[in-house]
Design a protein around this ligand. Structure first.
Ligand code: FVH
Length: 296
């Protein structure tokens, strides 16, 4: 591993907001860095900070064994590396993609003689190089590659290896992002409800934060229930009550002139679970609704 080796050289393809933030941390840490970007002008500032600028992806890849990609999407990775000799290279793909894209890209890279790690960044550009911000990167695929370059990969943000299936970094990434958007949706609905009332968003904000924190127990509870498939033991709030209560939420939304389009689908799913077997499911919590989402 490179645990005791610092300043290893590397190549970075992609100098968008995220790529540029990554590049600056490697340069600041003293890593010799070769960069390439489709729009060449975006490399100018980094050149002034010490980066070597390659004229093409092929030239950038040829410069170093470790090649990091931070491009818009999987299609741009394919476009940038089309025809480039990847023999003996260690590719780390920080580009956000789907699990299927991660697996396909790993097979594609390995067929070209490269080791491959697919990755998902759990950070915004401002969190890169700021350890206290809590950002990190999921990695999956070649364990040998991860071990060989871990110290270098951890310069911009923490690294979490989530298995040798190259689809698993993207799987973790999209799972966390999906949960985040569910949270954003609920908060958006809450703020819409108070618009036009004499309640300031700034006064609701701390109450929302506190409440969402208190309800965070659902994450661990749901995991336990899914593992045991027992949705009834230790239930805090039963499904029959929650489905009845959902009618109140929908009426309140209508009264306030607020669309229920963000929270309605989840309430519908709770009702569907209850109606599938009102006797057996009445005493569950809402976790059983998860089983309805895999509709094939
Ligand atoms: N920025 C963020 O908050 C998120 C945080 C979590 C992870 N994402 C993912 O990181 C990837 C890069 O994101 P970004 O913020 O750097 O994105 P942009 O600033 O839009 O830069 C995109 C770069 O991709 C290049 N590019 C686009 N298409 C192509 C192509 N066909 N061939 C080669 N390069 C391409 C683009 O080049 P240019 O437009 O400057 O010429 C930029 O370098 C991304 O997967 C996020 O989901 C960021």
């Amino acid at each position: 591993t490179d645990t005791h080796v610092t300043n290893r050289p590397l190549t970075l393809l992609g100098l968008g907001d995220m790529g540029t933030a990554l590049a600056r941390t490697w340069l600041a840490a003293g890593h010799p860095l070769t960069v390439w970007n489709r729009t060449a002008a975006k490399a100018d500032a980094l050149a002034a900070e010490g980066a070597a600028v390659a004229a093409s992806p092929a030239e950038a890849v040829a410069a170093n064994t470790l090649v990091v990609l931070c491009l818009l999407d999987d299609a741009s990775v394919g476009a940038a590396l089309d025809g480039v000799d990847l023999t003996g290279k260690d590719l780390v793909n920080l580009t956000t993609g789907t699990p299927a894209e991660g697996r396909a890209r790993a097979a594609w890279a390995e067929a070209r003689g490269a080791r491959f790690l697919d990755s998902g960044i759990m950070a915004t550009p401002g969190m890169i190089g700021v350890p206290e911000a809590g950002g990190y990167v999921f990695h999956s695929g070649s364990r040998a590659l991860f071990d060989a370059h871990r110290a270098t990969l951890e310069v911009p943000a923490g690294a979490r290896f989530v298995g040798e299936d190259p689809g698993h970094a993207a799987l973790h990434d999209v799972a966390l992002l999906s949960a985040m958007y569910g949270l954003f949706a609920g908060v958006s609905h809450a703020y819409a409800l108070i618009e036009g009332e004499d309640v300031a968003p700034s006064s609701l904000a701390p109450l929302l934060s506190e409440w969402l924190g208190a309800m965070g127990f659902f994450v661990g509870n749901a995991a336990e229930r899914l593992a045991s498939r027992d949705f009834t033991t230790g239930v805090v709030s039963n499904l029959a009550m929650q489905v009845a209560g959902s009618g109140t939420l929908l009426r309140a939304s209508a009264d306030q002139g607020v669309s229920a389009e963000l929270i309605g689908p989840y309430l519908d799913l709770m009702r569907e679970r209850l109606e599938a077997d009102p006797v057996a499911h009445a005493g569950e919590d809402t976790t059983g609704a998860i089983t309805l989402l895999r509709r094939g």
